[in-house]
Ligand binder design. Structure first.
Ligand SMILES: NC(=O)c1ccc[n+]([C@@H]2O[C@H](COP(=O)([O-])OP(=O)(O)OC[C@H]3O[C@@H](n4cnc5c(N)ncnc54)[C@H](O)[C@@H]3O)[C@@H](O)[C@H]2O)c1
Length: 267
């Protein structure tokens, strides 16, 4: 838990997918910096738990639902900070049986669309709501959680990688649009990799080889460990705060150094 501060005092922030993982850590970090936090998720129980632990407000929101965002807009018409964090890999189901194929040759259109509906449509709808909710005050910060997978190709998770790459680009369109409108609404993307959250559970499994799988997954990470959700949350606090007033359209990697080099280094 970060030391309580006031870096976000007076700001109202909405975080999607905040029942657990990175979203929950961001909600906690925002509250610790004195923001009023609106916790949203499709997981009602988890979302309520996050909200009550930080004195925030919970609202159920499926980010892929336009009607859901309309309800949010009527309940929370004004906002200072929005974090479009909710995301899925498409491999959320239990590990039994073969995982669905998401490679470019055999991915099913329905699976492709399901991943894009949450990750990309959800971010588009969120940004649209965020701009409208920040327009009256003429200022705000929109933070889109993309991924390392939005910057490089991921052959076996092509839908996820495509959706995250589109989030990166849409972030820049939003940043330029807002600036062009004379609005001080900033929009930036965060690109995490290998952050230990429940998202990794299907890949780690529960068997005796779990520790080996975990070690193998970070073997090529320069810092040789998984990141912590709180480390991503710290970056979100910076982008949400007025300290980042000159940052818009930026993409920030937080990946233990993975993207600093190449898998085929010159030596
Ligand atoms: N953990 C990582 O290593 C990592 C790496 C890169 C990017 N990310 C991104 O960070 C974000 C958070 O990931 P995480 O690891 O905390 O995942 P997670 O699976 O632990 O949490 C995701 C949360 O989103 C919620 N959610 C799923 N679908 C939703 C929907 N349609 N509407 C609203 N909420 C929904 C889930 O209920 C859950 O609470 C995601 O966008 C993910 O792609 C994570």
């Amino acid at each position: 838990m970060p030391t309580p501060g006031t870096r976000l005092a007076g700001k109202t922030a909405l975080v999607t997918g905040a029942a657990r993982g990175i979203g929950a850590a961001i909600a906690r970090a925002f509250a610790a910096e004195a923001a009023r936090v609106i916790v949203t998720d499709i997981d009602v129980e988890g979302g309520q738990a996050t909200a009550s632990a930080i004195g925030g407000t919970f609202a159920r929101l499926d980010v892929a639902s336009e009607a859901g965002w309309d309800e949010i807009a009527s309940r929370f018409p004004a906002l200072d900070v929005l974090v479009n964090n909710a995301g899925i890999t498409g491999f959320e189901g239990p590990l039994e049986g073969a995982p669905p194929a998401h490679d470019p040759e055999s991915a099913r259109l329905a699976d492709w669309r399901a991943v894009h509906a949450v990750n990309l449509d959800g971010t588009f709808l969120g940004c649209r709501y965020g701009i409208r909710a920040m327009r009256a005050r003429g200022a705000g910060s929109i933070i889109n959680i993309s991924s390392r997978s939005g910057l490089v190709g991921i052959p076996m998770a092509a839908a996820y990688a495509s959706s995250k790459a589109a989030i990166r680009n849409h972030t820049k369109s939003v940043a330029l649009y807002c600036a062009g409108q004379g609005l001080n609404i900033r929009c930036n993307s965060i690109h995490p990799a290998a952050v230990m959250t429940p998202m990794w559970e299907p890949m780690l499994g529960t068997g005796p080889d779990r520790a080996d799988r975990e070690a193998a997954l970070v073997a090529d990470t320069p810092l040789r460990r998984f990141g912590r959700p709180e480390e991503v949350a710290a970056l979100a606090v910076l982008l949400a705060s007025d300290e980042a007033a000159y940052m818009t359209g930026a993409e920030l990697t937080i990946d233990g150094g993975i993207l600093a080099g190449s898998a085929a280094p010159p030596g």
